[in-house]
Design a protein around this ligand. Sequence first.
Ligand code: AFP
Length: 298
Amino acid sequence: MGTSGPRSNDPEVADEPACITTIAQTVAKAIPKLRTAFETHRSYEGEDNPSGEEMLAADVYADELLESRLGKLACVGTYASEERADPTQVGTGLSVAVDPLDGSSNLGSNNGVGTIVGVYDSELPASGRDLVGAMYVLYGPTTTAMVATDDGVTEYLLTQGQRKVLTPSVSLPDTGTVYGFGGPVPEWSSAFRRYAMSVQRRLKRRYGGALVADVNQVLSHGGVFAYPSLETRPSGKLRLQFEANPIAFIVEQAGGLSYQGDCSVLDTEPERLHQRTPLFVGSPEPLAELIETLGGAA
Ligand code: AFP
């Protein structure tokens, strides 16, 4: 849990739904500049992010642009991102945790990339139960946004500065048709390998290496996404605050389930800003089978 409590009594953040709408609109307005940076900022920076991964110039550009845009909003108090060691205090209000350019290593092969934003009513690191909203943008052949609040999930098409509703109430089917599992297979646990064998008998494999793009396929067709615990990385690869919590919030609000080996991702005790977690999200039926098969072994 964060070091200080929620600040929803603060008049600046009283209207959380309005703040989430403003954040989503602000991210949407930054998209033309972000898309341009995919072409102009493709080299490596020569520096690692706090998780020890080499940053592209586009990662740094996206982080600075979003910090400057979101940091100016009256309802945002703290900006934190996967690309900077500590949160930046920008005012008083909600905390935003951002993966500015999710899957940036996909830029080289021109595959999907995304932006993820978690909006927490608490200081960071925070519990997923402190999320009041979450969104992601998928930069695919078209640019779409998935925005979740306590009222559900809406999918938008972002085009020519406009936000058009594509799906007013995104809802996962019970089973679905696709699965995407990350990490080297020899490093999976034997329990997870057993589960993968079972799933591949009935679902179609779809894995692209960017969380947003892979989860968007699950939200579109139903199914399951997993980045499990690995032999050399017991906590998996994905970051709790910036990736796993916001994605789990979106999936659960769409009627799906999330899991991290013991419980819902949203119930994970937050310990560090950049902590990692195994992540399993998707339709209720394949997730129920996964929880039964893993039985505590992520
Ligand atoms: P990059 O930002 O380094 O491309 O990593 C993307 C990511 O954090 C997440 O978006 C993917 O789900 C996952 O890593 C892919 O990891 P693998 O490269 O091991 O498949």
